[in-house]
Design a protein around this ligand. Structure first.
Ligand code: CAA
Length: 394
C-alpha cells in the first residue's frame, strides 16, 4: 500500500466576466456593506453561454498539465465533481477525457452530491492510489460548476462560476493528505436543491447555514475522535466557502468546539483562515471547487511559510454530507506554486456591468424557452411545487 498520497498540482479556470458586488448592491437598492462585509463577497464570476461546465473543466485541466509538467498519459482515473452537469447520463468526465486525450485504460465518472462532489472525487482518488490499484498512475479530479440563483433573490450575491483541477498522486508536491483519517457526517436535509431542468438553485438560505454548521460539528467531532488527529495543531483551516462570512461563522463554531471563547475564535480567524479567502472573494461560489479554491488561495499566498505544516480541510455538500480531514504542505510546494501561476486566469477576466449581466441572463432564459420542450420547462411556482413533490405532501 502507498501511504504518501495527496494533491500534486492545482489549476483554475474562470469565466471571462465578473460583476462587482458593490455595483450589484447599488442596483438592488441594498447597502454595499451588506454584500462586502455582511456576506464577505467582492466579485462574482459570470459564465457566458460558451462557458459551460465542460469548457471550464477542460480549460482548468489543460492548464494543470501545461503548468505542472505532468502528462495526460499518466492518468488512470478521471473524476469530475459537479452539480451543474450537462447531461443526466453522459458524464462531464467523458468530455474531459476526450478533449484532453486521456488514455483509454482510464476509469472515468462524474460525482454528484451538491458541493461535496469534488471531495467525493478527491477522496476516492486518494483511496485508489493508497490501495495500490493505481499501480503508479495518477488521478485527475476536476470540480466544475456554475452557481446560479434567481435574479434579485437573497442568494444572488453568492453566485460564481469556475473550475478547479487537481492532480492526485503519490509523493505529492503540494499537499500530502492523511489517508483514511477523515471525519464524516451525513444527514438527509432539504436545505438546497435544484430540480431537474432548473438552471437556478432553490435554497432555504438561513436553514442551509444551520445545516452547514451542524454538519461541521458532526464531521469535526468524528475527526477529533480518530487516533492521533489532535496530536499536532492545524495551523490553517480551509472551509467550503459559499461566501466569505460562512467561513468566518464555521471557524468560530469549530474553535468554540475546541473550547475557545467567541472572542478568541474570532481573533484566530485572520491568521488561520483569511489567507484562504482571497480567490473565493474574487470568483464567488464555485460549489464543488469551493474548498479547493480556498486551498489554492492559501498555497498561492503562503506556501513558503507553510512548508511542513499541517492544514485542516472542511467540505460541505447540501443535502447533506460533510467531511473534515487534514494534510501537510510539501517542502517543494512554494517552488511549484511559482510555476503553477494559480491566479493567472483571473488576470484575463473583465468587469461587466449589472446591465450586461442581466442581459446575459435574459438571453439565456429566452434561448432555453426556444429550445427546451414544454415538458422540460420549470413550472411557475417551482419552489413550493417541487418542495411539495420532494416532501410527498399535497
Ligand atoms: N452592513 C453590514 N452587514 C450587514 C448589513 C449592512 N448594511 N445588512 C445585513 N448585514 C449582515 C447581516 O447582519 C448578516 O450577518 P450575520 O450572518 O453575521 O448575521 C449578513 O449580512 C447577511 O444578512 P442576511 O442574513 O439578512 O442575508 P440574507 O437573508 O439576504 O441572505 C443568505 C443570506 C441566506 C446566506 C443568502 O445569501 C443565501 O441564501 N445564499 C445561498 C445559500 C448559501 O450559500 N448557503 C450557505 C450554506 S449551504 C452551502 O454552503 C452549500 C452551497 O454552497 C450553497
Amino acid at each position: 500500500n502507498v501511504s504518501d498520497v495527496g494533491i500534486d498540482a492545482i489549476a483554475l479556470s474562470v469565466p471571462r466576466g465578473y460583476v462587482d458586488l458593490a455595483e450589484l448592491a447599488e442596483a438592488r437598492g441594498v447597502p454595499p456593506s451588506k454584500y462586502l462585509h455582511g456576506l464577505g463577497t467582492r466579485q462574482m464570476a459570470i459564465a457566458a453561454p460558451d462557458e459551460d461546465p465542460v469548457t471550464l473543466a477542460v480549460n482548468a485541466a489543460r492548464r494543470l498539465f501545461e503548468r505542472s509538467g505532468a502528462s495526460p498519459a499518466e492518468i488512470g482515473l478521471c473524476i469530475v465533481g459537479t452539480e451543474t452537469a450537462v447531461d443526466h447520463s453522459k458524464p462531464v468526465a467523458a468530455f474531459v477525457h476526450g478533449l484532453l486525450g486521456l488514455p483509454s485504460a482510464c476509469r472515468m465518472f462524474e460525482a454528484k452530491h451538491a458541493c461535496f462532489g469534488g471531495t467525493a472525487g478527491l477522496l476516492s482518488a486518494v483511496d485508489w492510489i493508497a490501495s495500490g490499484s493505481a499501480r503508479g498512475r495518477a488521478a485527475l479530479v476536476v470540480c466544475t460548476d456554475i452557481a446560479r440563483y434567481p435574479l434579485r433573490s437573497a442568494g444572488e450575491p453568492t453566485q460564481g462560476a469556475g473550475a478547479v483541477a487537481l492532480l492526485v498522486r503519490e509523493k505529492p508536491r503540494l499537499l500530502s493528505l492523511e489517508v483514511g483519517q477523515t471525519g464524516t457526517f451525513a444527514r438527509d436535509v432539504h436545505d438546497f436543491w435544484r430540480p431537474l431542468h432548473h438552471k437556478e438553485a432553490l435554497v432555504d438560505g438561513h436553514y442551509s447555514v444551520q445545516c452547514y454548521l451542524d454538519a461541521l460539528e458532526g464531521a469535526y467531532d468524528a475527526w477529533r475522535r480518530l487516533d492521533g488527529a489532535t496530536d499536532e495543531p492545524l495551523v490553517r483551516t480551509c472551509y467550503h466557502v459559499p461566501y466569505g462570512k460562512m467561513a468566518r461563522k464555521a471557524h468560530r463554531h469549530r474553535r468554540m468546539l475546541d473550547g475557545a471563547t467567541e472572542q478568541a475564535a474570532d481573533a484566530s480567524f485572520g491568521v488561520e483562515v483569511e489567507p484562504s479567502l482571497d480567490l473565493p472573494s474574487r470568483i464567488g461560489n464555485v460549489y464543488t471547487g469551493s474548498l479547493y479554491l480556498a486551498l489554492a488561495s492559501l498555497l498561492n499566498t503562503q506556501a513558503r511559510e507553510l512548508a511542513g505544516r499541517r492544514i485542516g480541510l472542511f467540505s460541505y455538500g447540501s443535502g447533506c454530507c460533510a467531511e473534515f480531514f487534514a494534510g501537510r504542505t510539501a517542502p517543494e510546494a512554494a517552488a511549484l506554486v511559482d510555476r503553477l501561476d494559480i491566479d493567472g486566469p483571473l488576470r484575463d477576466s473583465r468587469q461587466m456591468t449589472v446591465a450586461d449581466y442581466e442581459r446575459l441572463r435574459a438571453e439565456d432564459a429566452a434561448a432555453d424557452r426556444r429550445t427546451a420542450p414544454e415538458s422540460a420547462r420549470p413550472r411557475g411556482k417551482a419552489n413550493e411545487c417541487d418542495r411539495a413533490v420532494y416532501l410527498g405532501v399535497d
